[in-house]
Design a protein around this ligand. Sequence first.
Ligand code: MSP
Length: 480
Amino acid sequence: MTKQKYYITTPIYYPNDVPHLGHAYTTIAADALARWHKLLGKEVFFLTGTDEHGKKIEKTAKKAGKKPKEFIDALIPEFKKAWSQLEIEYDHFIRTTDPEHEKVVQEVLQKCFDNGDIYKGEYSGLYCTDCEAYYTEKDAPDFSCPTHKKPLENLKEESYFFKLSKYQDFLLDLYKKNPKFISPKTRKNEIINRVKEGLKDFSISRTSFDWGVPLPFDKKHVAYVWFDALLNYYSACQLPKKEKFWPADVHIIGKDIIWFHTVYWPAMLKSAGIKLPKEVFAHGWWTILNEKMGKSAGNAIKINQLVGYAGPDTVRYFLLRATPFGDDGDFSEQALKDRHNNELANKLGNLISRVSTLAEKYGLEKTPIKNISSKETYKKVSKYFEGLEFDKALNEIFAFIDKCNEYVQNKKPWETQDKKVLYELTNDIKDFTILLSPFIPSTCEKIAKTFNFKIDSKELDKPLKISKIKKSEILFRKIN
Ligand code: MSP
């Protein structure tokens, strides 16, 4: 039987500095979702990577006294290291300087050009290099970037344009027929209203610098970095054995780049005759003292700093539990510490330590399983994963853990030495650990090893085999 496929992407990050918590957020969410679908037995393709062309990278490299490629090459290992520190299991890391990608960009540009959707003109407007985007006076009445709060540059250059205006009806129809295309719902209306106001053709080439993919029909121009970058999702599926994954099931992005993904991207694909992705999900921002965290604001929390402080599973858990995925969240070290100590160390860690210690001492005895709430929890967690409601999925799983702790408290197996109660508890531990594994994979592996089961959704329905249990190591040491 052929496996069902699932294709998930993160944005490709600008490698102008080491990755920070904001980048980690999208990547952890995508990783948890990818692991969930793997757990369900699907063939998953999880893509991440870096967005390496454009003025912003060229400018940053110049400042560092390096050539763009030399500058970026030194940063790529930092991204890969950060993802490995956070236990991110991506299947492919794409770089927009990969020749295979550049070739696809040129092919798509040529297709859009051949069918009359690209024409030559002149651009003059307000530009933010940090966003790599133009703004109108309406978006930026004070001539400063709404995201980066920096003065906008007045640019004027010969440019090729993409006929976005032609796609207004197509886009409105797309959103209507595919209610999930723009998720969460709260973001959808904003986009629909803006599209209804009318669409301007957008500039897709530059002549003022040359760090980019040359247009196949006019080598004097390089492709606008967003036209190039968006195509990474599709070009990765032109690699050997990856064709079957297109179209993507979900692009996970931050809310700042929703316009590019829900307006430019589907119009570009339609123009080139390529199938459209099924969903674009835009999450909120992590702020610090209510200001967006990022390199430009100078308040970015670096990943190795964070992992060094709390460990990968706490970081993963905290970011996905602390705030609904579509909303903004204000980051604080205290909140991270509280969740680590109260939820991971006290609730989860103590339960595992208690049950494994008692099971080592008294052993287990089979009894028919009437699980506390496995089936119900599984159903709810599945539904929440469908809607990328990670916080709710974690709330459910932790409600289950609370019930297990209450059960231990009520049955007092340390007094009764009741092996059947211990057997029931180990079955519950198996079930919630499997559901929790996409979030905190390495801790769940340790639990599975202690109680001798496999992390596999098929194990959810099976009663645990009796085996000798050894006391677990401490899973989470408290942070003072
Ligand atoms: N290179 C483009 C994406 C191209 S995708 C075809 C880009 N790169 S980025 O490095 O600036 O940002 C990548 C992602 O990180 C965005 O989705 C952005 O929302 C996310 N984050 C950056 N800072 C963030 C926070 N402070 N909080 C949450 N996510 C944020 O845009």
